[in-house]
Write a protein that binds this ligand. Structure first.
Ligand code: LMR
Length: 333
């Protein structure tokens, strides 16, 4: 973690003291790594609009998209230090800071659809997971959707054997590492902002992501094939610096909570459509061939990735996986 983060943290602390503090708005810096026209980007803008409206301008939200301020892992450090006040990292990114329970969301094929996901995030399990963030100096505020992941490469990926020996970019998640090892892929952890170039220059052969991320990062321009696998899910946990949040006047915090609740409903209500639209745009460019799997090919992929569950159970415990599965059981995929 750099000096820059520390410097920014002390400036942020200074802005809250002194005689001017009473009149000047409370600034919430919201940093994120994706484009503005994505499910996360749009939800962050909606939160800004509503928080500023409900607090009558007493809160100012500055949204910094596209890793403008920080890349993946740096983001969480910056939040813990108070250099930024709000983030929405993917579930996968909480393992490296010691909250590995969020890794369950990364398990291949664990969620058949977004409706089922909502049962988990809106229920007691979702609330309990958010509580785990307290010990890291964060308050978990909401779950935001992106959507389901697809596989891309310059090679046609149809059967599990097609993946063998390829190098894939992954987020910093042990589950994703195990998932790709189960396919014989060499996983390489890399920040999101570096993926396009790594694909373009051949540092990695492929990657997994949602349609909206693939499209807005132009990955389809440097990948000949994208296989519609829907094998995993990318969603976010909106987190704020706990000290900052607890230190806000109660009435303003309540207005921000209302803004967050409504921004969450707005964002989650349209994430599926944003991914569908991104897929349509990718198709229009004609730059990547979209491959659909037959039910048999899909079944072979699921079978190949099955060992990942055992691996994850040894890290987060079988009871947590069972609890997750209990919520999702009965849904059809
Ligand atoms: C990724 O790193 O691929 C994603 O988590 C980026 C994001 O925030 O959607």
């Amino acid at each position: 973690m750099g000096k820059l983060i520390l410097a920014a943290a002390s400036i942020a602390a200074l802005t809250l003291v002194g005689p001017a503090a009473a009149q000047s708005p409370i600034v919430i810096k919201f940093s994120h790594v994706v484009a503005t026209n994505t499910p996360k980007g749009l939800a962050a803008e909606k939160f800004k609009e509503l928080a500023e409206k409900y607090t009558g301008g007493k809160v100012k939200v500055e949204v910094y998209p596209n890793s403008q301020l920080y890349k993946d892992k740096e983001e969480l450090e910056a939040l813990q230090l108070g250099a930024v006040q709000m983030l929405a990292p993917s579930n996968s990114k909480f393992g490296p800071i010691g909250v590995k329970e969020f890794e369950v969301f990364d398990l291949p094929y664990i969620l058949p659809d977004l409706k089922t996901l909502r049962k988990v995030t809106d229920g007691p399990l979702g609330a309990r997971l958010l509580k785990l963030l307290d010990s890291k100096g964060m308050t978990g505020l909401a779950y935001w959707d992106n959507g389901f992941k697809q596989m891309s490469a310059n090679k046609k990926l149809v059967t599990p054997a097609d993946y063998k020996g390829l190098k894939f970019r992954i987020q910093s998640s042990k589950v994703l590492e195990a998932q790709f090892r189960s396919l014989g892929v060499i996983p390489q952890v890399m920040a999101f902002s570096e993926v396009y170039q790594a694909l373009q220059t051949g540092v990695v052969d492929g990657q997994e992501n949602t349609w909206s991320n693939i499209y807005t990062q132009k990955m389809h321009e440097v990948q000949k094939y994208i296989t519609e696998t829907n094998h995993g899910y990318i969603g976010y946990v909106v987190v704020t610096n706990k000290k900052f949040w607890d230190g806000m006047p109660a009435d303003i915090r309540a207005q921000c909570e209302k803004a967050m609740k409504e921004a969450t409903e707005y964002g989650n209500g349209q994430s599926a459509k944003e991914n569908e639209d991104a897929l349509a745009e990718i198709k229009k460019t004609g730059k990547s061939e979209i491959i659909k799997l037959t039910p048999e090919q899909d079944a072979a992929m699921r079978k190949a990735m099955e060992p990942v569950y055992k691996d994850v159970a040894s890290r987060v415990g079988q009871p947590l996986i069972d609890e997750f599965l209990k919520e999702t059981r009965g849904a059809t995929n």
